[in-house]
Each structure stands twice: as structure tokens, then as C-alpha cells.
Ligand binder design. Structure first.
Ligand SMILES: [Zn+2]
Length: 425
């Protein structure tokens, strides 16, 4: 007797299986014909995947688009300035409400784990307090990992260093930074040295906004890799964005990527935001600005897709759907072979979970009973359709249901409905 059976779904690897759930744990992944359950969800013909994971987001800024004004230039730097204005007027309650509303969107899309950077450049730290409260409120259904992020620069902002340490003392989970925003390259490197030392001393992970720039000489990733090796932080460090790598000298990159692989430094690419922010200073040809995703993967470096922003000072769109993120990423990175498309789906699920160090993630006996049923036949079709999440299960509980999106047709001699499913091969 199971509490819940998800019946007959197709797993990401193509296996067809029933999933038996007891409490908050997957108890069986096999043919469960004849088994009884309190609730049965029919997933025959539908994709059943582990939940989506977003390893890079800003929950303290989300859903604030237009406040107090929109980003006219569309650049990273105006966005940072605009966020500085907004920070002066936003209240803690508003921040909490927007973050909770975003988490509702996320759950409806099967996005059940988010790593969010939290700005620590505020002497009151109201954003930190707000996000700690949100982390507790959503804990029953969404894993929220919080990064102490000195948005205005660990050294460039006079109180950022002290406030970042205070925020970690208050219970933030991960150490963040922004070396390319410090005043000099040397300050950027020094900030990485100190931030990695703080992480090593506290046993924390590191996730740095690193080289989010079109400047090919922005090479802070090199220092991040060096500090990772020096302090024995292998497997616990991620570089987010890494867009300068798009423009770097190829010979230099041929030295850099093996060093990243050796230090087990992961990369998080944020394709929705970077395709609109990068190359803004170019005329034509205009650089895409995305980091070298396929090349890093060829070196065995773990690479994830992150969402970064939804309706905030930097990005005016977004839906909390990680399939939108992967869809954009595979276009910009030209990952269009069947293997690369399947890998793109894997990036917004398993690879992102690995970067965040999530325990109990995946669909197998003994894992946490969190999964999503999609109106698609396989991962590639899910990317193409970005379809309805028919059911979302978090820690054994059904937390969201959504109907299929069939259109009713009125055409002579044609079917009554259309779904746009198409399987080949
Ligand atoms: Zn970010």
C-alpha cells in the first residue's frame, strides 16, 4: 500500500515505470500493477522528471519591474543603479510578498529548488531578514538556498564586507561575490581570496557572479579556480555568468578550461539575461556574450542553466519556467543535436541539483518524492513545447495540478482538437 502512485509515465532516460511513494520518499520505481495506493496519478504517455532546479536567481528583486522606473539602457550597470534606488524604498513586507508570489509561480512550473543571491549591501539587512523568513515559509515544498551577495562590491561598498559576514552569521547558506564590479582587477582578485577563505573556514559553498562582462581581459575566473585549489574547495565552487569567456583569447581559454576541470569549479550560464545584457556596447557584429557552454562540457566541467531574473531591474520578462531558460540557452549556445538537447534538459534538472549539492534528488528508490509530470513524451519534446505541468509533487505531496493545453479546432475535415505532440524515430 503506497500513499501515491504515479502510473505508467516515461522517465527522462526513456524507461516506462510506475513510481510508488510512501510519505516523502520514493519507495519503488518498477511495474506496480495491482498495487494499491491512496491516490493514483495516470501519467501514461507523459514525461515524469525530477523537479526543475534553478541555481541562480535574485528573489529579493523579483516582480519589482518598473519600480521606481524601468531600465532605459538595458545594461547591467543601469540595472545595478536602479536596484540601488529601489532598495531605499522597498519594505520588508513587500519583498516577502513578491518572493512568495514568485515561489507560487515556481511550484506551478515544477521548479522546486532555487539558489537565490541576496544583496548584503544594506546596513539594515532587511532583504536578508526577508529572504530568511521566505526560506522558512516555503521550506515544506521548496528548497531555497541563499547566497550572501555583496552586490555593490565587497570592497567598493564601504560596509559590504562587514554586512556580508553579518548575513552569513544570520544563516545564509553560500558565499557570493562580484569581483568584476570592484574598483580594480587587484581588488577583484583580493575579494575572491577573502571570500573563499571565509567559505573554507565556515564549510560553505561559493557562488560568484564572475566576469559578467564583455571585457575579454576580465579573468577573475582564473583567481577563483586558484583559490578553490589552494583552499581545498573542489566541488563546492561555482562561477556564475562567465560571459567574458565568450570574448577571451582562444589560446588563453585552452589553458583555463583544464584548470577549471581540475579544480571542479562548476559554471552557471544565465542565457535569458545574458542574451539581452551582453553586447550592449557593440555595434555590429554584436556578440552573443554567452559563456562557452559546450566547450566546458567537453572538458568535463559541470555546467548549469540559471534563470537569474524575472521582472526586475535587469530583465523585463520571465515566467519561472526553467524550460524557457534551457530553450534560450540551447539556441544561443547552438546545442541542437539530439544529445545536446537532451543534455540541456539534464542541465535544468540533474546538473543544477549537483551544483546546489541537493541531497536525495532524482527518481529512484530512497530518493525524496519530488517530481513533475509534463504534457510531453520526452525531454526534447518538453523543451520544444514547454508544456503544461500536469502534476507537481513535492516531498510526497501533490502541490500543483494543471490541465492539458489542447486547442479546440473548427476546421472542415480536420480533427476537433490539436496538441502539437510529435515523436520521431
Ligand atoms: Zn545574478
Amino acid at each position: 500500500m503506497f500513499d501515491l502512485i504515479v502510473q505508467g509515465g516515461t522517465l527522462a532516460d526513456g524507461r516506462i515505470a510506475d513510481i510508488g511513494i510512501t510519505g516523502d520518499t520514493i519507495a519503488a520505481v518498477e511495474d506496480l500493477s495491482g498495487a494499491e495506493a491512496g491516490l493514483v496519478i495516470d501519467a501514461a504517455g507523459d514525461l515524469v522528471a525530477p523537479p526543475f532546479v534553478d541555481p541562480h536567481f535574485h528573489l529579493d528583486a523579483t516582480l519589482s519591474y518598473g519600480l521606481p522606473r524601468i531600465n532605459a539602457s538595458g545594461t547591467l550597470l543601469e540595472g545595478i543603479g536602479l536596484w540601488g534606488e529601489l532598495k531605499q524604498i522597498v519594505t520588508q513586507d513587500e519583498m516577502i510578498e513578491r518572493a512568495l508570489a514568485y515561489c507560487d509561480w515556481a511550484v506551478s512550473q515544477g521548479l522546486l529548488a532555487i539558489r537565490s543571491h541576496v544583496d548584503t549591501c544594506d546596513d539594515r539587512l532587511i532583504g536578508v531578514e526577508a529572504m530568511l523568513e521566505v526560506r522558512e515559509r516555503v521550506r515544506p515544498y521548496l528548497d531555497l538556498q541563499l547566497v550572501a551577495f555583496p552586490q555593490d562590491g565587497l570592497y567598493r561598498d564601504p560596509t559590504a564586507r562587514d554586512n556580508t559576514i553579518r548575513a552569513l552569521d544570520m544563516g545564509l547558506d553560500v558565499v557570493g561575490g562580484i569581483p568584476h564590479f570592484e574598483r580594480t582587477m587587484a581588488d577583484g582578485a583580493a575579494s575572491l581570496r577573502e571570500l573563499c577563505e571565509i567559505a573554507a573556514a565556515r564549510g560553505l559553498m561559493v557562488d560568484i557572479h564572475c566576469d559578467e562582462s564583455d571585457d575579454p581581459l576580465s579573468r577573475h575566473i582564473e583567481a577563483l579556480v586558484f583559490e578553490t585549489q589552494r583552499l581545498g574547495l573542489q566541488g563546492r565552487v561555482a562561477g556564475s555568468h562567465l560571459t567574458s569567456m565568450h570574448s577571451m583569447d582562444n589560446y588563453y581559454v585552452s589553458k583555463l578550461l583544464p584548470l577549471m576541470a581540475e579544480a571542479q569549479v562548476a559554471a552557471i550560464s544565465n542565457p535569458l539575461i545574458n542574451i539581452v545584457l551582453q553586447g550592449r556596447h557593440d555595434t555590429y557584429p554584436k556578440r552573443r556574450g554567452l559563456t562557452r557552454v559546450r566547450e566546458m562540457q567537453a572538458h568535463g566541467i559541470t555546467v548549469g542553466w540559471g534563470q537569474d531574473c524575472v521582472l526586475d531591474p535587469w530583465y523585463s520578462l520571465g515566467t519561472a519556467d526553467m524550460l524557457d531558460v534551457a530553450f534560450m540557452g540551447m539556441h544561443v549556445a547552438q546545442m541542437t543535436s539530439p544529445e545536446e538537447m537532451a543534455r540541456s534538459f539534464d542541465m535544468v534538472t540533474t546538473q543544477n541539483a549537483r551544483i546546489m549539492g541537493l541531497d536525495g534528488y532524482g527518481i529512484a528508490p530512497g530518493k525524496t518524492a519530488s517530481l513533475v509530470v509534463l504534457d510531453a513524451g520526452n525531454p526534447i519534446e518538453a523543451l520544444r513545447l514547454r508544456p503544461a505541468r500536469l502534476a507537481v509533487i513535492s516531498k510526497g505531496k501533490v502541490v500543483s495540478r494543471m490541465p492539458r493545453e489542447d486547442a479546440g479546432l473548427s476546421l472542415p475535415g480536420r480533427p476537433d482538437t490539436v496538441r502539437r505532440r510529435h515523436t520521431f524515430g
